[in-house]
Design a binder for this molecule. Structure first.
Ligand SMILES: NC(=O)C1=CN([C@@H]2O[C@H](COP(=O)(O)OP(=O)(O)OC[C@H]3O[C@@H](n4cnc5c(N)ncnc54)[C@H](OP(=O)(O)O)[C@@H]3O)[C@@H](O)[C@H]2O)C=CC1
Ligand SMILES: Nc1nc(=O)c2c([nH]1)NC[C@@H]1CN(c3ccc(C(=O)N[C@@H](CCC(=O)O)C(=O)O)cc3)C=[N+]21
Length: 294
């Protein structure tokens, strides 16, 4: 059996078309232009590419987009001052601080000053808590993208065994909460999990967000399962080049799974467009308008 590929790019394009329409409507009817501010500290080449893509996509939708690039040596006070200034700027509705931050800057200190109404990554304690309470307005982008892909490919997940490997604030924890809210039976695994391969073999939905190239092997996949590969790992390829691979050994898993996301072009392709959706939602909410159902 060979799995059907879940085409993240195609689903992202559909959502993008809806967002373009909704953005034009907000502008025409209310003079509202959603604004996204990105903050990058340091010179990680991969982060630079992602942040540039975020700003490009924002502009393609008709958003205002501003980028702040601070030096690797920036102090925590500098980052906090920038976030406070963006909190106070009425043309900015979404603030994204790219993680990870250099070690002299405490992630928690940054998230403690970030205005939850502008927290389009949904990383602040307020937004994490709202998700836990089932009242989230802003949901983390990659988990939200995963839920869209699941809905569009397998439909209801109620009663299915879902396994999330990884428990980060950015992905694993919110992903598990969303799956549970959709009535899946959720297990969370991490670096201390015993017999991970056996735990994986029970999963109807296998979600890997570990950050280790091709860590999940094909024979860990339950035949017919849906595999969501969140990992983005750059590894050496032929002729001194590099390539992107996920956390799942794709060539093996595709032989067992029912559906699988490729890397790239899978769930990662949904992340940026879900960030734009959050920025639009934040802009409408800050302007006191009905939150668009996109
Ligand atoms: N496609 C996209 O848009 C996105 C992709 N990513 C990618 O997803 C991956 C994970 O990132 P992120 O969520 O930030 O996670 P982190 O890097 O913060 O954490 C990794 C998680 O994996 C767990 N882990 C590490 N080693 C093992 C192991 N041997 N067995 C089982 N679990 C293990 C860790 O467990 P423990 O808690 O015990 O340390 C931890 O919970 C990365 O490749 C990242 O680039 C992330 C966000 C968005
Ligand atoms: N505060 C914060 N929020 C984040 O959302 C965040 C972060 N920090 N730090 C790093 C991770 C990683 N991340 C990705 C974003 C887009 C793609 C993406 O566009 N992927 C495409 C293209 C990949 C490519 O070709 O390079 C794909 O998978 O098809 C991937 C990964 C967001 N992250």
């Amino acid at each position: 059996m060979t799995a059907a590929l879940i085409d993240g790019k195609a689903h992202a394009a559909k959502l993008k078309a809806r967002l373009i329409e909704e953005t034009a409507r907000l502008k025409a009817e209310h003079g509202l232009v959603p604004g996204l501010a990105t903050v990058l500290v340091g010179n990680d080449p991969a982060s630079e590419v992602y942040v540039r893509n975020k700003n490009k996509t924002a502009e393609a939708l008709g958003f205002k987009s501003v980028h702040h690039h601070l030096a690797e040596t920036a102090s925590e006070a500098e980052v906090l001052d920038l976030v406070r200034a963006l909190n106070a700027d009425p043309s900015v509705h979404g603030i994204l601080v790219q993680m990870p931050l250099p070690k002299q800057i405490r992630e928690q200190a940054v998230l403690d000053v970030l205005d939850p109404a502008k927290d389009v990554d949904a990383l602040t304690p307020t937004n994490a808590g709202l998700l836990l309470s089932g009242r989230a307005k802003l949901v983390s982008c990659t988990p939200a993208g995963m839920m869209i892909l699941l809905k569009e490919t397998i439909g209801a997940v109620a009663g299915l065994e879902a396994l999330v490997i990884g428990r980060s604030l950015l992905f694993g924890k919110p992903a598990a909460l969303l799956l549970q809210a959709a009535n899946a039976t959720v297990t969370m695994a991490h670096s201390k999990t015993r017999d991970l391969a056996e735990v994986c073999r029970r999963a109807d939905i296998l979600v890997a967000a570990i950050g280790k190239p091709e860590f999940v092997r094909g024979d860990w996949v339950k035949p017919g399962a849906t595999v969501i590969d969140v990992g983005i790992n750059r590894v050496p390829a032929a002729e001194g080049k590099t390539k992107l691979v996920g956390d799942v050994a794709f060539a093996e898993a595709v032989e067992r799974a029912g559906h699988i996301t490729p890397v790239p072009g899978g769930v990662g392709a949904m992340t940026i467009i879900c960030l734009m959706r959050n920025t639009l939602i934040a802009a409408a909410a800050l302007a006191g308008l009905a939150v668009p159902s996109v």
